[in-house]
Structure formats: structure tokens, C-alpha cells
Design a protein around this ligand. Structure first.
Ligand SMILES: NC(=O)c1ccc[n+]([C@@H]2O[C@H](COP(=O)([O-])OP(=O)(O)OC[C@H]3O[C@@H](n4cnc5c(N)ncnc54)[C@H](OP(=O)(O)O)[C@@H]3O)[C@@H](O)[C@H]2O)c1
Length: 236
């Protein structure tokens, strides 16, 4: 992606770029920043990233580094809530070891490995933004309903990884901002089985517009924060 007439001056990397929110973010960034090249990474893209394989993450990061352009933004838009193995649990009776392991590997450990290999690509003395899509239900303080054990806990673990990495990042890249973002309830294949009538459901495009605005306006005070799509802070 990028404008064919302009040589790019920086890169934006969207991991999970084949997902609903990830692909909408890629389109929005491409439209708003024609001088930035968008690199989409997913399981089915040319430099494939599978969060279950650190090797695939490190190889994809090496390819991005080889471009020798500043990485202005990285958006990690990967995640699972349900699949053939995983179902959000209504009670502890439904908790299943294999499903929990997969949720943690995809939603927490995978993004941490992405941080390990991609945070060092951020410029040392220019603004850059690294955003991980988390979820409000990962907030421990905001958990009033219970249920969804695995998804909630995997997003809470992701939030702790983001916060911890943001502290280390600030030591070498004082202008970089690393944040966890709740994108809102968005009509995607991830949320479709669970969106109830009456909820304020965003389209992926609306969500991407808000995320672009949020990330573009982010500043150093936001490093290590957990925000929703309107930039309201969410308690941990
Ligand atoms: N939709 C909502 O209402 C909502 C609400 C709160 C938070 N979120 C968060 O927003 C993020 C994006 O979700 P979405 O709604 O856009 O869902 P989506 O359309 O299902 O996209 C999920 C993405 O995750 C990728 N993925 C899954 N497992 C992977 C793996 N092992 N390795 C690499 N990539 C993997 C998928 O890749 P493939 O294309 O290869 O399958 C896809 O690109 C997630 O973190 C989700 O938790 C969404």
C-alpha cells in the first residue's frame, strides 16, 4: 500500500492486517498519510506472521528493518475470542486448559513477542506509536459481570506486557508511545456472535477513523496508557 507517485518517508506496520479492524486501519492510514507506506502482516501475507511462531515474527521484523525507513507506527490488531476450540466461558465449569493456553498464546504472548522484535525498530529520537488492540473486558477494575475467563485474563496479561514494555521503551526511545487500546464494540467476525441489540456498535471504518485520530494525536504522556477509542482512560 502507499501512493504510487510518492516515495515513502516512513512505514506503518499493521499486524493482523487481514482482520476487520486491522484492514480498516490500514486503509485509513493509507488515505491520511500518503507519504507513509503501509505494511500489512498476517498469517496469509507474503511475510507471514503467525503469533504462535516467534521465528515468523522475528523474520518479518528483519524484513521491515531491511527497508531502512523510520517505523512511525505499529498497530497490533490480532486477537481471538472464539474459534473451533475457544468459546467465551459463562462459568468456571466451562474453563478448558487447551483453550486457555491458546488464548494466552495469541492474545498475550504473541503481542509480547511482537513487541520484543518490533519495538527496537522504532526511531530513537522521533515520535512513533506502537498500539496493541486490547479490550475493555481486560480491565480488572471494570469487571462487574464476570464470565469470559480466558479472554479477559489474556487481555489483562496483554495490558501488563504493554505497560511494562512502555517503561523500558522510554529509556531508549523517549519520544515513542506504547499503548493498549480498546477499539470499541466493532462489527467484525470476532464480535458478531456476541453483539447484543442496543449496544453502540461501530463499523470497522468508523473505528479505524477514531483510531487514526487517537494515534496521530498521541503524545508522550500517553505512553503506557490503556485507552478506549475516544481516548478515555480505562482503569487497569
Ligand atoms: N470487534 C470488537 O468488538 C472488539 C472489541 C474489543 C477488542 N477487540 C480487539 O480488536 C482486535 C482485532 O479484532 P477484530 O474484531 O478485527 O477481529 P478479526 O477480524 O477476527 O481479526 C483478528 C485478527 O487476528 C489475527 N490472528 C488470529 N490468530 C492469529 C495468529 N495465531 N497469528 C497471527 N494473527 C492471528 C487474524 O488473522 P487471520 O486473518 O489470519 O485469521 C485477524 O487478522 C483483537 O485484539 C480484538 O480482541 C475487538
Amino acid at each position: 500500500m502507499g501512493s504510487p507517485d510518492i516515495s515513502p518517508s516512513s512505514l506503518t506496520v499493521v499486524i493482523g492486517g487481514t482482520g476487520s479492524i486491522g484492514s480498516a486501519c490500514a486503509e485509513e492510514f493509507n488515505y491520511r498519510q500518503p507519504d507513509t507506506e503501509i505494511i500489512l502482516l498476517g498469517r496469509e501475507t507474503e511475510s507471514g506472521i503467525d503469533l504462535l511462531s516467534e521465528d515468523s515474527i522475528s523474520k518479518a521484523a528483519a524484513k521491515v528493518a531491511a527497508r531502512k525507513l523510520p517505523v512511525a507506527s505499529v498497530i497490533v490488531a490480532t486477537g481471538i475470542l472464539h474459534n473451533e476450540l475457544v468459546r467465551p466461558e459463562k462459568t468456571w465449569k466451562q474453563v478448558n486448559q487447551e483453550a486457555l493456553e491458546l488464548l494466552f498464546r495469541v492474545n498475550s504472548i504473541g503481542p509480547m513477542l511482537v513487541m520484543k522484535h518490533f519495538l527496537p525498530l522504532l526511531p530513537k529520537s522521533e515520535k512513533s506509536v506502537f498500539a496493541c488492540l486490547s479490550a475493555r473486558v481486560g480491565s480488572i477494575a471494570d469487571n462487574g459481570l464476570g464470565g469470559w475467563y480466558g479472554y479477559r485474563a489474556s487481555k489483562a496479561a496483554l495490558n501488563q506486557f504493554v505497560k511494562t514494555a512502555s517503561i523500558e521503551l522510554s529509556r531508549t526511545r523517549p519520544e515513542a508511545i506504547c499503548m493498549a487500546i480498546h477499539p470499541g464494540t466493532v462489527a467484525t467476525r470476532l464480535s458478531d456472535p456476541f453483539t447484543k441489540k442496543g449496544l453502540n456498535v461501530l463499523t470497522p471504518r468508523d473505528c479505524a477513523k477514531r483510531l487514526y485520530k487517537l494515534l496521530n494525536a498521541a503524545d508522550i504522556q500517553d505512553n503506557g496508557g490503556f485507552f478506549d477509542y475516544e481516548k478515555r482512560r480505562i482503569p487497569w
